[in-house]
Design a protein around this ligand. Structure first.
Ligand SMILES: [Fe+2]
Length: 306
């Protein structure tokens, strides 16, 4: 990736996926352009505003109203999972500072976790940014994750920051919408998600020649703060139930640094139908589709391959 340059590889993958999945791309775009409010109405599981009241500005938006549909139920189910599984290592195939708490079958056992992201209100917010009917991530990262960041589970917690603890832009698609939900209160000691708005990130990208051949994917604070002011970084701290909408392909970000208090966060990845990564052709996530699911919900979650 470093040798050929991230920008070039992403452009190739997008071009290829648009050719390979042309009919899906068209279906999602045309549904958004000609049929979207009908699809939202037909789902009917929440009210919504169109255009949405929440819009990403400079790459992000946050909502602290605690009133998004299904949020309270999703938080209840998240709390049940924390009580059962939080604070422990479940298997070793994870970053030690950022661990997944969802097990196979959980999306059926805890349906509110998916119900929350798939309401007309939430899909309208994502679609407005993507300018197409979104897809709940078909490959990596999974469309839904419930993550614990906990320094006590990291044998190298005092070592230098590494991997997603360092600034980077997500490369799996652009535009994209990440939705982060605090499943418990988060403060500065909880390893908060930290990001740079899109305009600041664009300035940093140009100054660092980020995504160009030979330039590393991860950026240290030292490198970043040579080209932007540290005061321009924003931390996603807040109360349980706070929600951040962010285009993490446009906003540099890092997280999970020295989480002395464990951080519990739901993370949803919504993308366009044709992504910027070639893995789209290799694997496909499966999401449960409840009986009577609306055409919109099916379009967002149903598999393309059988
Ligand atoms: Fe990331």
């Amino acid at each position: 990736m470093k040798r050929y340059g991230i920008a070039r590889l992403r452009a190739f993958a997008k071009f290829y996926n648009r050719w390979r999945y042309a009919s899906q791309e068209r279906k999602h775009r045309e549904a958004y352009e000609h049929d979207f409010t009908r699809l939202l109405d037909e789902d009917g599981r929440s009210t919504y505003s169109w255009p949405p009241k929440i819009t990403l500005k400079d790459g992000w938006a946050r909502d602290d109203s605690m009133t998004l549909p299904f949020l309270d139920r999703a938080l209840e189910q998240a709390s049940a999972i924390i009580a059962e599984r939080g604070g422990r290592s479940h298997h070793g195939l994870q970053q030690p500072f950022l661990r997944g708490l969802l097990f196979p079958g959980d999306l059926v056992k805890y349906p509110a976790l998916l119900d929350f992201i798939l309401t007309p209100e939430m899909l309208a917010i994502a679609a407005n940014h993507l300018q197409t009917v979104p897809v709940l991530s078909k490959t990596l990262p999974p469309g839904i994750r419930f993550m614990e960041s906990n320094a006590a589970l990291d044998p190298d917690a005092d070592g230098p920051f590494r991997e997603s603890q360092l600034y980077h832009l997500d490369v799996h698609d652009t535009p994209l919408v990440y939705v982060l939900v605090l499943a418990d209160d988060v403060d500065e000691n909880t390893g908060p998600w930290t990001f740079l708005p899109a305009s600041v990130s664009a300035r940093a990208t140009a100054a660092l020649r980020y995504k160009q051949p030979g330039v590393p994917y991860r950026v240290t604070d030292e490198e970043m703060y040579r080209v932007i002011d540290p005061a321009e970084a924003i931390t996603f701290t807040g109360k349980k139930g706070s929600v951040l909408f962010i285009d993490s392909s446009a906003c540099f970000h890092y997280g999970s640094r020295r989480a002395v208090r464990p951080r519990f966060q739901l993370m949803y990845a919504l993308t366009t139908p044709c992504r910027c990564d070639i893995t789209q052709t290799v694997s496909e996530n499966k999401y449960p589709i409840p009986e009577g699911a609306s055409p919109l919900r099916r379009m967002v979650t149903a598999p393309w391959k059988t």
